[in-house]
Write a protein that binds this ligand. Structure first.
Ligand code: AMP
Ligand code: MN
Ligand code: MN
Length: 329
């Protein structure tokens, strides 16, 4: 059954919206899509969006300039939305969630146990933006809102490429482009286009990558000093792990960047053979079966060894099941 968003917000004077730390396209699109919807439908209500500073590539999405990244002291919100994440990755927005009278968590991560008073967790949805699309009154949908939701859908499905793309995803995508925003420009500028230094760092990561487990896995890491040398931040490293995953014969790709002394942010992408959400969960992270992440401590080699043990187990399990199936046929 669908949650009635406006009914939940009708009594509220102040509403807050937040997504996860290091917001991606889906997180940003969902937050701004919902923000636009609530502002339009509830003109007498204050609506705030709190997110860590998103990448400038998203600056054309309506509401981008309204995002508060300084997390100021605020009196408690009547309703607080947590989008595209469980309630433990809110960063500076966590205090608003904790103080709010009513909390609503909308997400598509399998690992999300539902930390709001109201929870709409749909792991089958390719993106949180698809869930937002299902929850809004489509009569209110307009060009700017369509653009915000579309950006989330293309980012989480790799422009309708990953296996989380469903017929419903494409139907929603078709309806959304009908609103007439410049979707080729949006896809190019927010998804494919890289700055020259971003391309250089990606090239370096590919060149320095190492294959292991008989060539079925690949890992690459960017150290802090390299990031400083090229003057790039974590947002500039998006897309590297996908590029590693696209290499022939790879079942699991890992990309890591140094966040501190002996600390790494790890991103994983996989084929059907490895559930990387399970692997990430061993290290306190999460995500989806084919795309997940976690934070790890230790040297590069410690991290890879620890991940490798779990990946190898998953690969062996898949192969055993596969052999069994072949033998039964
Ligand atoms: P990333 O590799 O950062 O692009 O993330 C891939 C997927 O895993 C996304 O759906 C993230 O929300 C999720 N994810 C990444 N890092 C973590 C983490 N530390 N904890 C939980 N989920 C994560
Ligand atoms: Mn996300
Ligand atoms: Mn998402």
């Amino acid at each position: 059954m669908n949650l009635d968003l406006l009914a939940e917000c009708r009594e509220a004077k102040r509403i807050g919206i937040a997504g996860h730390i290091r917001p991606d396209g889906d997180c940003l699109g969902a937050c701004l899509g919902l923000w636009q919807y609530l502002v339009k439908c509830l003109p007498a209500t204050e609506v705030w969006v709190f997110l860590e500073k998103p990448a400038d590539i998203f600056k054309d999405i309506k509401g981008f300039g309204e995002i508060r990244s300084d997390f100021p002291e605020e009196s408690p919100f009547d309703v607080f939305f947590v989008l595209d994440t469980s309630t433990d990755r809110l960063g500076g927005a966590e205090k608003y969630f904790k103080a709010a009278s009513k909390t609503i968590n909308i997400d598509h991560h399998v690992s999300n146990q539902g930390g709001g008073q109201i929870n709409v967790i749909r792991p089958k949805a390719g993106s949180t933006c698809e869930i937002i699309y299902d929850l809004i009154d489509l009569e209110q949908l307009d060009r700017e809102m369509a653009q915000a939701l579309y950006v989330g859908i293309i980012h989480d499905t790799g422009v309708f490429q990953y296996s989380n793309t469903t017929p419903e995803t494409l139907e929603k995508g078709a309806k959304l482009i009908g609103y007439g925003f410049d979707f080729p420009k949006l896809i190019l500028e927010t998804f494919y286009q890289k700055s020259y230094v971003q391309a250089q760092v990606m090239g370096r990561a590919l060149m320095e990558s190492i294959r292991f487990l008989g060539g079925s896995c690949i890992v690459s890491a960017i150290e802090k000093k390299t990031m400083d040398f090229y003057n790039v931040g974590p947002k500039d490293l998006d897309g590297i792990v996908n590029q590693l995953r696209n290499i022939e014969g790879i079942d699991c790709a890992i990309f890591m960047y140094e966040t501190g002394v002996l600390e790494y942010k790890v991103s994983m992408r996989s084929s059907e053979k490895v559930d990387v959400a399970e692997v990430a969960a061993y290290f306190g992270g999460g995500g989806h079966a084919r795309a997940a992440g976690c934070n790890m401590t230790g040297t590069f080699h410690d991290c890879v060894n620890n991940l490798s043990l779990h990946i190898e187990k998953a690969l062996k399990k898949w192969e055993a099941e596969h052999d069994e199936r072949n033998n039964n046929h």
